[in-house]
Every structure is written in structure tokens, then in C-alpha cells.
Design a protein around this ligand. Sequence first.
Ligand SMILES: [Zn+2]
Length: 271
Amino acid sequence: MPELPDIVVLTRSMNEVLPGRTIIDATVNQPKVLNKTVEVFISLITGRKIMQIRQRGKWILAELDKNLVLAFNLGMGGEIILHAAEEKPDPKKERVVLHLDNSKQLWIHFWWFGHVHLIESTEIHCHKQIGNLGVEPLSTEFSRGKLSDILSGRRGRIKSYLLDQRVIAGIGNVYIQDILWRARLHPERKANTLSDIDISLLHQAILVTLQEGIRYGGGPKEHDIWGNEGRYPEHYQVAYRTGKPCPRCQSIIEKIRVGSTTSYICPRCQT
Ligand SMILES: [Zn+2]
């Protein structure tokens, strides 16, 4: 499932090729991914010029002219890949195809289910999911004090809050593993038991881990617009490394169940 670093990598690659291009037609093979009827979607999007592409949480927001935003959410996983106009998409696989004015097309593919929503720029804060997203962890707004405020008085386990998109936007079950390891926190730890030092370490761990994910081109099976796969898995600390030594203390990494999610932890470092 794509998370913030993967979406940043994809967004950056989209910004290298899409701004200034005009969408000349669209093919919709799975109407339920839209927030409009196929007819309305195609009529609104045809002739629109693509401006800038932005990332917000796990969403990709492509600003179009005429104050429209084309919002993509890849759900459990998916791809937005650039192809030449003469290539033939598989209608069972490519949910939406956008035809561009430079003899290229964008194939939008979801492994399971995703969204392609067309929204008025002025209405974006009212969008049911985007409008309710929490703080963007790589923004200047996400200070150590902000994290402290977010967690104060929370009695649940720390992992649940970090994964809650309405609290902090963009973290999922891949990057959370190394975030908690760097912060030396057990995923079951109650959020309101964190000391000032714990919060500083956690704040730093979130920034470092997400930036590493971006630096290495994103996570497992995640791709940029040209189909290059992320290399962050080569740099995992504890994630998906059951039975291997902890890079810090050499204890054996364990795989445990935390609520409905899987966690990889160093039983010695993380308390
Ligand atoms: Zn350790």
C-alpha cells in the first residue's frame, strides 16, 4: 500500500512530465472509482490543462486549469504509468486511461480498489477523505510541539495514532516499523506514557524514516511514473526482517500482532 514517501516519489516524477500537458480524452473501464458519472467526468476533464501535482497524505492532487483538481488515491496499491499513445491498455487492468496531447497516455491501475475524483479547487476542504486528513508530517507545521499536542491525553497504543490518517497523514504499516524502531518505542506503548525525550526521538524518527523512503525511491512494489521500483526495502531496519539481527543491538527481530496489524520489533530496543 503506497504511503507518503511513495506518493512523494510518484508526485515528483509526475511533475517532471505532466505540467503544461492537456488531457484530450479519457477512457473509464471501472466507473465506480469515479465520484461522477462517466459522461460527466469525461466532459469535464476533456480539454483541461494539467498544472502542478501535489501530495497530501496518501493522495495525489493534480491541479487542472478552470479550478479543478484531479485527485488520485491508489488504495491498497496501484500505479500511474506513462505510456506511448500507440500502446494498448488492458481494459480489465487499467481502470482509467487519460489521453494526453503529446502522443502519451497515463494508465491508472489499482491492484484492489482506488479513487479518481474530480473536485472543484474551492471544494477540496469539504472532500470526505481529503478534508479530514491530519497534519502533513514533512510540513513545517509538524513540529515537535505539534506531535506532543497530538499525543497528549491519548490513552490508546502509539501505533494506532500514528497510522490514523485523521491524526497524521501518510504513514502506513511499512514505514511505521522503522519509525518505532528508531524511536525505541514498542508499538503497544500507550501514547500518554511517552516522556519528553520519547516524543523528541519519535518526531525525529518520523522525519528521518519518511525522508529515507523518499531518498531510496519509495517502498516495495511502488513505482514512479516511468515504472521504476522503490529501493527502500534494501534499507529496512526491522521491517520484514523477522529472525534477523537488530542493526543496533543484534537481538533477533520478532514479528508480532498489534491489533489487526503486523509489527516487526526488536524486543530489547523497543519498550
Ligand atoms: Zn535492538
